[in-house]
Design a protein around this ligand. Structure first.
Ligand code: ADP
Ligand code: ADP
Length: 227
């Protein structure tokens, strides 16, 4: 479970990106933060893995303040998927996926075998593992990004516009794939998007943000659409 308690973030230069934001993300659920560009979605997401420190308020994971955790260890324990995969260009796909497990002490061969299985789980041919990120389509790269985020078997997945740069048909495939994966995996997911349809498709709960990270509306898709 992730809890945001009165989180406020003001960046130097006085931009208040998030103002007094509180939310509980229950374990094994997908909560989607949806809002237009600049509404504070990424800022909020990054407070969970301490890439952003709140100006005030706090973030708890399973009742523990994230500030109690070593930031590097914390980041390795949380899956993070970005719009532009952030894959290492000079490493094979398999090594990209295996990097964090190896850093965590998993023997290299074991990590590669697991990486190959993960490729299949995200709908890629394991042969893709030998290629380099630049040789893949945008959709394939994002699948690799998801596989990499899952490699350390995190309880939490943070997804920041993961399918935002992919064409609409591929995006729909990736969305369906994530729904299938989540039906098995039951991760605790915070998913950020500016695409309202995507939010309603993927979220067990949807939080609509206004500028300044203020909650405009929240609830299950049914509650919001019925409202
Ligand atoms: P979103 O993800 O919804 O687009 P962000 O969290 O990226 O929103 O940004 C919210 C606001 O904070 C914007 O006004 C943005 O310009 C500002 N902001 C984001 N990151 C930084 C930063 N590192 N330094 C200063 N301002 C920032
Ligand atoms: P209207 O569009 O006339 O406001 P609706 O009942 O269609 O009435 O929608 C109510 C709210 O839910 C609107 O804010 C709309 O943007 C949103 N909404 C409706 N359908 C969807 C959908 N499939 N995905 C996302 N948001 C939706």
């Amino acid at each position: 479970m992730i809890e945001f308690e009165s989180v406020t973030k003001t960046y130097p230069g006085q931009t208040t990106a998030v103002s007094d934001f509180s939310l509980v993300v229950p374990s094994h659920r997908t909560v989607v933060l949806v809002g237009s560009s600049g509404s504070g979605k990424s800022t909020l997401l990054r407070t969970v893995n301490r890439m952003v420190e709140p100006t005030s308020g706090r973030v708890l994971i399973d009742d523990e303040d994230v500030r109690e955790r070593d930031p590097v260890a914390l980041r390795r324990s949380i899956g993070y998927v970005l719009q532009h995969g952030g894959l290492l260009p000079h490493r094979s796909v398999l090594d990209n996926i295996a990097t964090v497990p190896v850093l965590n002490g998993v023997p290299k061969r074991e990590a590669r075998t697991a990486a190959s299985e993960l490729l299949e789980r995200v709908g890629l041919d394991p042969k893709v593992g030998r290629r380099f990120p630049g040789q893949l389509s945008g959709g394939q790269q994002q699948r690799v990004g998801v596989a990499r985020a899952l490699a350390a078997d995190p309880n939490i997945l943070l997804m920041d516009e993961p399918f935002g740069a992919v064409d609409p048909i591929m995006r729909r495939e990736l969305q369906e794939e994530l729904l299938r994966l989540q039906a098995d995996m039951h991760k605790t997911i915070v998913f950020v998007t500016h695409d309202v349809d995507e939010a309603f498709l993927l979220g067990d709960e949807v939080v609509v943000l206004r500028e300044g990270g203020v909650i405009a509306q929240r609830g299950t898709p049914a509650e919001i659409l019925g409202a």
